[in-house]
Design a protein around this ligand. Structure first.
Ligand code: SF4
Length: 469
């Protein structure tokens, strides 16, 4: 399961803003590994450099040196809307002269196709297949005496999830959609301000957290300092998967360190699904904190049974069939010395399609584990996501097709326990109505019927062409 993107922005006169953005994106690499890009403005010209690849592959000294100015925005992409191709790399630049804006987007606009058609009819050209270009053109096309007014007037037309960094020739804007699905925060450095998807990126560039940007808030950052504008907010819907998996454990959301929240998920799992075993282990790295929580609550010793190759990222080299057959072996190496003859609780963050978990279990059994009891931080995922998470069609979600005992059989575990929605809410320690839980409950924060219908048709096509697992 992949999140869509990471965004970053800097306003800092006389600083090397491109380099700061590079390091910010580097810290946000986990949010998207397909492409990376930076846009800068020196007050006269906006420059953009964006390519396919990891942050460290896309930029070098030469490209950073050419990105001059006092303002920068950056983007890491995992494609959801729009296919994976170089044109779709962000930031996306539209308009010219004083009307030019560059924009970086994390989220998914569900009425993007409709808006694209409307804007095309008005004569706006599109060079990418992304919803980000739709947002950029919508802002450009919307009336308003200045950029803030244009953004404010455009926002009610955008349905879905969006956290944006926007750069004009003289200003940096940070915008978080009214639902607040994706996080966005503001930090301070000596000579200016930094905006990032997650607080971990602030830490990496030496910025101190000023605040988490509110749902429906627009920040305008310029030589006049920071101005904040707030749009009407109805229901909030922060994606609960930011807590479970997407965001880094050293990030803070809603004032809570995610490492602590994940430990609490493990503790709740230990309460809901106790079992008599010899050891607890997490599937690294995303379930490590939860495994610590399970161990602490249950009193069962924590061990490392799988070592993760930390340098496995997205590779653009197609694996040879022999390598492909090794499956998760590329990613994890088991420790038979730890597992031999042992009964283990194995904590993982989620089961989506159910393709990886059986491989992990087989790997552990081959290494001598006697019993494997899977404990999963996310409740069963039964509904697709329309807010920028590349999950699957409903047909592909294993929990939409199989009961929990059937999933247990399918993955080959001795027992299987999913954290309940109530347990999850207890672990994150905020009222339930702050969150989007739609992929567990089917209760979407905004109507998605049209998207559901479209997906249902796609699912039928998938079912016709591929037999189910
Ligand atoms: S549907 Fe699930 S993955 Fe998508 S935003 Fe809501 S909680 Fe997050």
């Amino acid at each position: 399961m992949h999140e869509s993107c990471g965004v970053f922005g800097v306003y800092a006169p006389n600083e090397d803003v491109a380099r700061l953005t590079f390091y910010g994106l580097f810290a946000l690499q986990h949010r998207g590994q397909e492409s990376a890009g930076i846009a800068t403005s020196d007050g006269k010209q906006i420059r953009v450099y964006a390519k396919m690849g990891l942050v460290s592959q896309v930029f070098d000294e030469d490209s950073l040196t050419h990105l001059t100015g006092d303002i920068a925005i950056g983007h890491n992409r995992y494609s959801t809307t729009g296919s994976s191709r170089p044109d779709n790399a962000q930031p996306i630049l539209v308009g010219e002269g004083d009307d030019a804006i560059a924009i970086a987007h994390n989220g998914n606009i569900i009425n993007a196709e409709f808006l694209r058609q409307e804007l095309s009819d008005l004569g706006y050209g599109f060079h990418t297949s992304t919803d980000t270009e739709v947002i950029a053109n919508l802002i450009l096309a919307t009336h308003g005496k200045d950029w803030v007014e244009k953004i404010r007037n455009a926002m009610p037309r955008l349905q879905g999830a969006y956290s944006l960094t926007i750069l004009t020739r003289h200003k940096l804007f940070a915008v978080r959609g009214p639902l607040g699905v994706r996080p966005l925060c503001l930090g301070a450095i000596d000579n200016g301000w930094v905006v990032a998807s997650e607080t971990c990126a602030l830490d990496h560039v030496g910025a101190s957290l000023v605040k988490e940007i509110e749902s429906g808030e627009i920040l305008s950052i310029s030589e006049n300092g920071i101005e904040s504008y707030r749009e009407e907010v109805g229901r909030r819907a922060l994606c609960i998967f930011e807590y479970i998996y997407f965001a880094r454990p050293d990030s803070v959301i809603n004032g809570r360190l995610l490492y602590d929240a994940r430990q609490a998920m493990g503790e709740e799992l230990a309460v809901e699904y106790p079992v008599d075993v010899d050891l607890v282990m997490g599937v690294p790295d995303s379930a490590t904190a939860a495994a610590i929580g399970y161990s602490r609550k249950s009193g069962i010793p924590l061990r490392e049974g799988l070592i993760k190759n930390r340098y496995v990222g997205r590779t653009f080299i197609e694996p040879h069939q022999r390598i492909r057959d090794l499956g998760v072996k590329l990613k994890f190496n088991p420790l038979p010395q730890v597992l031999e003859g042992k009964r283990a609780v194995v904590v993982d963050d989620s089961i989506v399609r159910g393709t990886t978990t059986p491989q992990v279990i087989r790997l552990l059994r081959r290494s001598g584990a006697k019993e494997i009891h899977m404990r999963i931080c996310a409740p069963p995922i039964r509904y697709p996501c329309f807010f920028g998470v590349d999950m699957a069609t409903r047909w592909e979600l294993i929990a939409a097709r199989k009961s929990i005992p059937e999933i247990k059989e399918f993955i080959g575990a001795d027992s299987l326990g999913y954290l309940s929605v109530e347990g999850l809410i207890k672990a994150v320690a905020l009222p339930r109505d702050n969150f989007c839980l739609a992929c567990f409950t089917g209760d979407y924060p905004i109507p998605v019927q049209l998207e559901m219908d479209k997906l249902a048709l796609e699912s039928v096509a998938v079912r016709r062409s591929e037999p189910p697992v």
